[in-house]
Design a protein around this ligand. Structure first.
Ligand code: FAD
Length: 394
């Protein structure tokens, strides 16, 4: 005998749990299935253990998708303020780290407990360690799921299985398989919000600078992000690099401004005027660590007193500091990426209800869709908003 539910959600992550709670509050009998041994693993590991659960300044421009309009409806109907009031209802202390990014003061476990609390209050059940072998559409409508825990039947099926990043946390391509099974197109997927790797001399140089972090502006393909760049053993990381990785294409350059917001020409001239006997490295050390300053001098191959700097070298220094061009060799990939770019093509999904326009009562929400947020709480806000919209519609 199959167990029957009005709504089954596959994926007990951010989007799935929000959807289940919303459906449960509407009186729908709801079950969330996950193959993992714990719910909301990515919530737990997010934001360095403090979950950057939303952002004060959510705009459609913070999302990448082949269809940039798709995210607008859900984001406007379930806003950051809605989630903040839920956080306040659970008396979770939070703070703004920077640029509107809201983090838990204590632990991301509090957001997991909020989601669990909402599901419990709404009467939505959660079944962990449950693997779905296949999904079939029933002739009379609805779906039948065969799992390691027997079969389940539901009227509405919600796919909330997320993207491919961090497979060790339970990420699979299951959602894409189901989408393809029912005739949906997949926008090619790739790792997003990921560190960038480098080959050759730069790899060695960056490894030596490993641990240094410099506030920079990083650009590629007409996009720019102003934030910290972290030197690592494999290349570059830090918020500015994770953000730009969503826009960088293999073979293309990155442009780095080492002193965003500073008129570098004026800064250099005034340095030369004030301390002509100082070395260039000493002037650089007023802005950067000793090791970064040495690295810049090596790259410029200029190592002299400021008063000895020729006009052509001045131009070289300003060009380097304002627009150093480098070529990454690749991205670190799904092992460490925070998100997956691409996913289920939104052109055949309703932006109001998240229902498939091909198969009645089949829904896709969260990261499995071709909607990817910038770093800063935007991905969770998408999970809450899309989960809520589908939960209202199932
Ligand atoms: C290290 C890290 C830190 C992050 N930090 C932040 C942050 O601070 N702020 C932010 O906004 N975003 C952050 N993100 C991104 C954010 O976690 C995701 O965008 C968000 O979790 C997506 O929600 P989702 O519900 O769509 O998918 P997920 O949260 O990934 O949930 C999908 C669920 O589906 C389950 N599942 C997968 N396949 C199957 C299957 N075959 N059968 C059954 N169940 C299945 C998984 O076990 C998982 O529980 C971070 C991501 C990572 C990896």
């Amino acid at each position: 005998m199959s167990q029957k539910y009005e709504v089954i959600v596959i994926g007990a992550g951010a989007a799935g749990l929000m959807c289940a709670a919303t459906a449960g509050y509407r009186g729908k009998t709801t079950l969330v299935i996950d193959h993992a041994n714990k719910m909301a693993k990515k919530v737990l590991m997010s934001g360095g253990g403090r979950c950057n659960f939303t952002n004060l300044y959510v705009e459609p421009e913070n999302y990448l998708s082949q269809n940039p309009h798709f995210c607008k409806s859900a984001l406007s109907r379930y806003t950051q303020w809605d989630f903040i009031s839920l956080v306040e209802k659970y008396q979770i202390d939070y703070y703004e780290k920077e640029s509107g990014q809201l983090f838990c003061k204590n632990s991301s476990k509090e957001i997991r407990d909020l989601l669990l609390g909402e599901c419990q209050q709404a009467g939505a059940k959660i079944q962990l360690k449950c693997s779905v072998d296949n999904v079939k559409r029933l002739e009379q409508g609805g779906f039948k799921l065969s799992t390691n825990m027997g079969s389940f039947i539901c009227d509405a099926l919600v796919i909330a299985t997320g993207g491919l990043s961090i497979p060790t946390m339970g990420a699979t391509g299951f959602g894409y398989q189901i989408a393809e099974q029912f005739g949906h197109k997949i926008i090619p997927t790739s790792a997003g919000l990921t560190p960038l790797t480098f080959d050759g001399k730069l790899k060695g140089a960056f490894a030596e600078l490993s641990g240094n972090s410099v506030p920079m502006s990083v650009s590629t393909n007409g996009e720019s992000f102003n934030s910290a760049v972290l030197f690592t053993h494999k290349g570059l990381s830090g918020p500015a690099i994770l953000q730009i990785s969503n826009y960088w294409k293999p073979g293309e350059p990155l442009q780095l401004n080492w002193m965003p917001g500073t008129n570098i020409e004026e800064w250099l001239s005034s340095g030369i005027e004030k301390k002509p006997e100082s070395q260039l490295k000493t002037l650089l050390s007023t802005r950067f660590s000793q090791s970064v300053s040495s690295f810049i001098c090596e790259q410029l191959q200029i190592n002299c007193k400021l008063k000895q700097i020729q006009h052509k070298d001045k131009v070289k220094i300003v060009d380097f500091l304002s627009g150093w061009i480098i070529y990454p060799s690749g991205v670190e990939g799904y092992r460490v990426a925070e998100v997956t770019l691409g996913g289920v093509d939104t052109s055949e999904i309703s932006s109001k209800t998240f229902e498939s326009q091909r198969v009645e009562r089949l829904f896709f929400i969260g990261e499995v869709l071709d909607v990817t947020g910038h770093l800063g709480g935007f991905n969770f806000q998408w999970a809450w908003a899309s989960g809520n919209a589908a939960g209202e519609a199932v």
